[in-house]
Design a protein around this ligand. Sequence first.
Ligand code: DGJ
Length: 719
Amino acid sequence: MDVVLDNSVADALPLGAKAAVDQRDVRTWRLDDDGRQTMVLAAMGGRLPQVVYWGAPLPADEDLSTLQSAHELDVTGGMLDENPDLSLCPEAIRTFPGQPGLILRDGDGTPLLPKFCYNGEERSEEGLTLTYNDDANGLTLAFIFATDPSTRIITAKTRLDATRPVHLHWLAAPVFPAPQQSDEMIDFAGRWTGEFQTNRTPWSAGMRYRENRTGRTGHEHFPGLLVPLRGCTNTQGEAYGFHYGWSGGHKMIAEELPDGRRQIQFGHAARMETKPATTFQSATLYVTYSHTGLNGCAVSFQRHLRDRIVTWPDKDRLRPVHYNCWEAVYFDHKLPVLQDIANRAADLGAERFVLDDGWFGQRDDDTRSLSDWTVDPRKYPDGLTPLIDHVHSLGMTFGIWFEPEMINPDSDIHRAHPDWALGGEDQTLGRQQKALNMSLPEVRDFIYDRMAAILSVHQIDYIKWDHNRVLPMPDADQTRGSYALIDRLRADFPHVEIESCASGGGRIDFGIMQRTQRVWLSDSNDALERLRIQHDAALFLPIAVTGSHVGPRRCHTSGRIFDISFRAWVAAQRHMGFEMDPRELDEREAAVLREVTAWWKHNRTWMLDADILRLDSADKAVLAEQQMTRDGDKFVVFAGKAATSDQIAPRPLRLTALDETARYRITLMNRKTAPALSRGMPALKDGPIEVSGAWLMHHGLILPWNFPDTMWVLEGERL
Ligand code: DGJ
């Protein structure tokens, strides 16, 4: 990153500028990330800086103080004599016409209206910290940026220090302008078994305000935003991406000001700092600019998450194929049954066996025993050792389920320590449970001891860490308490990987991913639903962390039946696993699953590091993606048929991000599965074809006709 400090004093005031300013004292800074984006910050005098440019790279010799003045808006009737800055933290006291970036009160409750002034800065190869003081109120505000030339993500956070305890209502991470050439923004909603639903909202005067007050990231509130410019698609055009890495619930403001400017603010949900303090910090806001469509943002987020955020206990270890027993046995644990299931799972290709809910306390259903983390002697009279030994004898590793932050009123621990539960006694329960108060050290110690007791006597390399209810109220201490517990366990059991699950995808964000290695994306093992959820989650999540399991023949959450081939290929798009009862598989189903699993294992060495590029499918019934190595030499295209097409013949599927002049060999690897109703002979049905990148991107592949709920899988290789 280049950070250029330019303290130039411009020659003259532009005509009509406010007379009170007799000299232009402009400070500028520039962030570059090796050719994809430039961000320019500029400030007049000692005021807070504004982002005066963010987008395609600017020439190295661009005059930044000129940009500062050229960025200034005109003033006409009915306006203030100068437009208040849309700074990194818009200040209410400067008559800013929109939402301020900071709202706080003094220790005694008096509202404070801070006004900050330049204090200093620190620069490094890839980082920039700018510090501002408000001496009258005893406050210091710091903006901390870093660029990453490899992933193209810029990280940004804000820190507030006070000379005495103050109450924080709202602290935004550094505030960015949103582009004027954009007609809409894309953010995310969702529900249990329906995560990552995209919302497209047109820009208009006023604000789009999203605030998650559930205390966890939630299915409903993935903290991300994409701002495409007019004409942007998955594969082309310009877009801006934002993600707030925090698991306690976020607030987002996307506001169009009366003067037409637009601002984006992200921070913790308001008022979740419940105590006065002298230091507050936002979580990290991850941002990026792309000129290669939404895919440019998606690939940056995918790479940054996989290569910079997740810490892998053993980064050379390939992601093992999982078997999870939840949908096979639920709470009904019987050693011989589980051993039989483990035999079959290993035979299908599983490499890790995960024992889900039901092994502890008196947990025969979901009404009791959460927090009684001792092995149930009725189900496991000799403890877990016989099952774990059996799993190991099959060459699989062993994982186990916990829901550490939760407690059932019907549990020994709740009877002994009712005060450990968060929220009032008369609160509404969620799945018959309460959350533990994670801000209490004795609670964290207790859970740590119980979990450590299991982890230290068994060879366990994996925890599925669940969180099945929202909190009674948002509280940042709760999130920090959860983080502290995970951090302590990881420090003491560094070989153990953790999967973040919250009734499926209820806790997915870059904050939890700093501490975990996998997400359970959804409780929906319905392949059709999963295809869609995976497709949209790929805007942020890479293959390596996204769990996807082959579910039962009749899906337990949708009641639908899908062929094993579709179920297996959908799971093979991400970190593959099985979750059905393998005893239900007939010979054909087992053979197909074995084959697809073997294909996945053969390809995972490169696929787990590949980028997921969403394709612009001409047929809305087809959800397609191209998973490609960074050098572009190898790729696989998954074209999922999610419905019956409107038109009779398949439309060409254009690929993306290839070298126009290179030639590629394309193999439809499952062409033998074409149904009898596919009567013609498009070339791909006959065998591999060799064509140019230009043809693949401008004409596109003609796939054979297929039924809905099927997947074509194409392998591509640069010749
Ligand atoms: C919710 C999870 O999402 C499921 O996969 C399973 O682990 C259950 N909890 C167990 O109670």
